[in-house]
Design a protein. Structure first.
Length: 207
């Protein structure tokens, strides 16, 4: 393995390229400690030493720091570590470490996410948000089965209507049409919207 380039990314941090490909990020002092220099060979033993003594240890600490700041899905944590310049195999090891303590659990994340939002958003909105965070459809489905009661949809619709100042007993046709279209676009089932808003036929409003 030949060190083809060391590229400064900060005052004391450098991106190291091996055989023309980005390999990892080291501090300036680590370049000196492990004798990583452009144009010179990096032995397999030294590479494994850097991986074990620096990269894996640092990735685990970084993962813990990121999780202390806020809950994250496995996909989110993987992306953040990758952005930090850690090789994929090192990211895998860091993820296995935090998962072994239960710090990353997409199903629990989905449960918590749903519990905090089911009174404000439709199931469809929450599903798409969780999917965008990398949670699997299977885990989202399981979490929704566990977290939702039959009345939750109606409660969420009511909360949105209250927030928007909508009173079904006083609203005229135009106001009812507007709120129904808004709620259906947000992913609430039409029949639940119709009941909550005071009931017009589907053809009476434009989505």
């Amino acid at each position: 393995m030949i060190v083809t380039k060391t590229e400064a990314v900060a005052k004391t941090r450098y991106r190291v390229y091996i055989d023309g490909q980005f390999a990892f990020v080291l501090y300036k002092s680590e370049l000196s400690r492990y004798q990583v220099r452009e144009g010179q060979e990096l032995g397999e033993g030294i590479y494994e030493k850097i991986r074990a003594e620096v990269l894996v240890k640092r990735a685990k600490i970084r993962a813990m720091h990121l999780l202390n700041a806020m809950g994250r899905t496995e996909a989110q944590l993987r992306m953040k570590l990758g952005q930090g310049g850690y090789p994929e195999d090192v990211v895998d090891e860091a993820l296995s470490y935090v998962k072994s303590f239960g710090y990353v659990d997409d199903l629990n994340y989905a449960r918590s996410f749903i519990a905090g939002r089911k009174e404000k958003k439709s199931r469809k909105e929450i599903f798409m948000l969780l999917k965008g965070k990398g949670v699997s459809e299977e885990e989202i489905g399981q979490a929704m089965e566990e977290c939702y009661e039959e009345e939750d949809c109606a409660a969420a619709i009511q909360k949105i209507m209250d927030k928007r100042g909508y009173d079904p007993d006083r609203a005229d046709y135009k106001e009812r049409q507007k709120i129904m279209a808004y709620l259906v676009r947000k992913g609430f089932p039409y029949e639940d919207v119709r009941k909550a808003c005071g009931g017009y036929a589907q053809e009476d409003f434009a989505l």
